[in-house]
Structure formats: C-alpha cells, structure tokens
Design a protein around this ligand. Structure first.
Ligand code: 4AD
Ligand code: MG
Length: 458
C-alpha cells in the first residue's frame, strides 16, 4: 500500500509541502463542528500526530462519518499544507476506512493508568506512552549493538536451552517433554528418558557458553532472552528478560569496570541524541529532571567503593534499615538505595564482595574472603549490572565448585577452559529492561516489555 510515513512528512516537510500525499494510521482523537472536522492521526513512526483537516463541503458525509471514530484505521489522501497552529497539517481530499473500531475499544480516553494498560498488553502499543517506551527500547538495542560492533566484539548466540545453571541459584525453568511416571525409581532415570537424555532448563545467563566463545574469539557479547523462575514479585524482576553479556579475555576487574562505565555512558548518549522526543515526553510524564540526570551521568565519573567500605558507610549512616547490615550480608534494596541515592547520588560500582554470597566462577581475591566482583548500582533502581573477573586458576575454580556441592562432571566443558590455555578474563551482565527503566524513568519492569512474564502472569 503506497503511502508516506508521518515521521517523514514532519522531518522532511519542505519537500512535501503543498504536495498531495497518502498517509495511513489510527485515529487517536477527533473533533467535529458544523463545517469542519479534525482528526489526530498516528501511524507509529513518530510520537507526533498528524492533524487531518476535513472541510465538509469538499467531502461526502458518508465518507466522513465512519472515520470520526477513535481507534479506527484510515488511509487518507490529502494536501500537505502549512498551518499556523500545528506547523503542518493535511487538508483531506479522500478517506478510506481500512478497519473500523466499535465502541467497546478500551482506549477511548486520552490518559489511562499504567495499571489498566497492563491488562491489555496487545493494545497498549497504540498509546503514546508505549509508543515512546518501545521507541527507546528499539534505539537502546541498536545502540548496544553499535557499541560492541565498533569496539571489535563479536556477537555470539548462546543456547537458550541448557543443562547448566550458571548462577547456581536453582532458579531455572525446566524444559521437558514428558510427565513424571511412577515407574522411575530415581530422578536420574526419569531425566535420562527425557528429550535430551538429561535434565534441561531455560538459561539464566549465557555467560558460561560466552566464556567458551571468548576463549577463541577474544571478546564477545551476547544479547538475548534469559529466564529466571524467581518468586520475586517486585517492580524490577521479570521471569523473562533480555540480557547483555560481554566477555573479554586478557582483562581484569579494573579493566572491565572501565569498559562497563564507557559502555553505559555511550548507550545513554546515543539515546539522548536519537530519542529527543521520547525523552522530552518522559521528562514530563515520568520523572522531572530525567534528561538532566542522564546528561549528568554521561559527563561525570561513576562512584566506586568496596563492599567492606560500603558496609561501614551503611553502619555509620544512622539509618534504621529493615535488614541490619553486617559484613557478610547480601546488600538489600534499601542498602543499595541509600548508597546510590543518598551517599553517592550517582551510579556506583560496589566491588569485592564476600565470596560466600557470590557465584562459583568469580576470581578469588588473595584475602581468601572476597571475590573480584562488582555490581553497578544506580539511583531509583539498584543493581543494573552484575560483573566479575573470572577465576582462571583450574584448582581454585574446582575448589569453589566443590564447596558449593556442584557436580564437576556436569561442568567439564567449563573446567576445560581453565585446563587448556587459561587466561585472565572478565565479563558482566546488564539487565536490558532495568537499563531501559533507568533511561526512561519507567517505574515498573512490566511497562518495558511487550508481553511481560512475571510470577503468576503469562
Ligand atoms: O547479577 P546477575 O545474576 O549476573 C549474571 O547472570 C552473570 N552471569 C552476568 C555475567 O557476568 N555475565 O544478572 C545480571 C543482571 C542484573 O544485574 C540485572 O540487571 C539483570 O541481569 N537481572 C534481571 N532483570 C530483570 N529481571 C530479573 N529477574 C533479573 N535478574 C537479573
Ligand atoms: Mg546480581
């Protein structure tokens, strides 16, 4: 169907001025009076609506009436003209209704609550809010690929179905084609009979496979869906989220922190440059000062503090935390919030966590208690990146696995990477939706995903 994107008309208006054009889109709102009617048409290519002006004497009533309906889809031919109020508008010559829209269309009002829109995920992309969310989501993905591509990283596609639990937290969804049968005496026999002949699940992280790729390709990144069967019903957890995981050889914790900071700043800059309309909208709608916040982030150094120092800061804060702070505890949201929102007031890397609260693959520090790991915390959200130098020493790695009661046989490939030409290497995982929340000021992860999957909600 030959037509012109509304974005192109706005961006290149001089070229189209006074020409006859065809546009397609959905009616967002309309107004009617005796001699003239107006329609705000949106086609998804820009947040801006194109105003259609219908002089009633020029067009048959039978063509106009069916088009003055919120939600209906139109194809319109008209003259693209300058307008005092709107800059430009379309003086309508002909209208075809492509798809009518009955009165029970749920998006009748201009503003609906986000809670209500969550009940109609299939329709919410037709609202300005979600047009803006998915616009930024698109630009942010592109920015991420651009960053790694221009820095010599290879994009690898790690498997989604896997046998190994990378984070060791037992939060994997099972993948199976057979139901349990009492004929199996042992769990092992049951899995042996299953599709893969082994227990399989959906990946929680592409890291372990990513490390194998990096061991030959030097530096890689993954960008794909990961799955966590966590029963965390929060505004920051989804059961299916998109994960960016670079893995870099010949790189220690200090180096990977530099890379992570450069990467985060670069992708924010990209969105600032390429999504001005969306960010201006979110600056009004979600978070006053959002744009200024982002500009500050890209122009200042991130904070950095060791876990041990952070624990001291929290203890001296004089705050009454729900979860008391002691060396060795996992930092809770309230602690992360204090550190990044009140103490640093900017993104901060917390480094060198106690080994016992972190994963088996992290490089053990000489103190015997901590690991060369870091989380990047940001105001308003908390952790957006989990990062570490990996344990490159075969014996130390095996010891850490045994300490966690892991079956070494199940990880023999991973162990091989330390046996054959092991190198210092590091990587991190960025939660894509959490990054998107930070950039847009969206408060709930459910409003960053097309069809969010969370506990009890499919
Ligand atoms: O800290 P995590 O668990 O680290 C890893 O998975 C490592 N294997 C990463 C690596 O070193 N390659 O997860 C990384 C990030 C978190 O910081 C968070 O942003 C995001 O993934 N994340 C989630 N996002 C949304 N919903 C969830 N349930 C998430 N769980 C983790
Ligand atoms: Mg983490």
């Amino acid at each position: 169907m030959k037509h012109t994107d509304i974005k192109i008309l706005f961006d290149d208006s001089d070229k189209y001025l006074n020409a006859s054009v065809t546009v397609c889109g959905w009616v967002r709102t309309w107004r009617d009076s005796k001699s003239i009617a107006f329609i705000e048409l949106n086609d998804g290519t820009t947040l801006k609506n194109l105003q259609l002006v219908i002089e009633k004497e020029n067009l048959d009533e039978s063509l106009i009436k069916p088009a003055l309906v919120v939600g209906c889809a139109l194809r319109v031919v008209g003259k693209f003209i300058p307008s005092e109020r709107n800059g430009v508008e379309l003086s309508v010559e002909n209208i075809t209704v492509l798809g009518g829209c009955p009165q029970d269309y749920p998006l009748q009002k201009k503003h609906h609550t986000l809670e209500f829109l969550r009940t109609i995920p299939h329709l919410r992309p037709r609202t300005k809010y979600f047009e803006a969310v998915f616009g930024v989501r698109n630009q942010l993905s592109f920015a991420i690929h651009k960053y790694f591509n221009s820095h010599g990283y290879k994009y690898v596609h790690t498997p989604i179905i896997t046998g190994s639990d990378c984070e060791g937290a037992g939060e994997m969804f099972r993948v199976t084609t057979q139901s349990w049968d009492a004929k199996y005496a042992k769990e092992q026999d049951y899995y042996a009979d299953d599709f893969f002949g082994a227990k399989a699940g959906l990946t929680v992280s592409g890291q372990l496979e990513g490390e194998a790729a990096a061991m030959g390709l030097g530096k890689i990144y993954t960008f794909g869906p990961t799955f966590r069967a966590e029963h965390s019903n929060t505004t920051r957890h989804a059961a299916e989220f998109w994960h960016i995981e670079p893995e870099v050889c010949f790189c220690d914790l200090h180096d990977i922190i530099e890379i992570a900071e450069d990467f985060i700043k670069s992708i924010i800059k990209d969105v600032l440059e390429n999504c001005p309309e969306e960010l201006a909208y979110f600056n009004e709608r979600n978070e006053k000062g959002l744009i200024e916040k982002l500009q500050n982030v890209v122009s200042h150094d991130f904070g950095i503090i060791t876990y041990t120092e952070a624990v001291n800061v929290l203890k001296k804060s004089g705050k009454q935390f729900k979860y008391p702070v002691e060396w060795g505890c996992d930092l809770q949201t309230e602690h992360e919030k204090y550190l990044t929102e009140e103490y640093f007031k900017k993104p901060v890397f917390v480094t060198d966590y106690p080994a016992v609260i972190k994963s088996f693959y992290m490089k053990q520090n000489p103190d015997g208690k901590t690991v060369a790991a870091t989380d990047l915390l940001v105001p308003g959200i908390g952790e957006i990146i989990g990062c570490s130098e990996r344990e490159a020493d075969l014996e130390k790695l095996k010891a850490a696995m045994l300490q966690r009661n892991m079956t070494l046989d199940a990880y023999s490939d991973y162990i091989d990477s330390r046996k054959y030409g092991s190198v210092p290497h590091s990587g991190f995982g960025l939660g894509f939706e959490r990054m998107l929340m930070y950039i847009t000021g969206v408060q709930n992860i459910r409003d960053t995903l097309l069809y969010p999957r969370t506990v009890g909600s499919l």
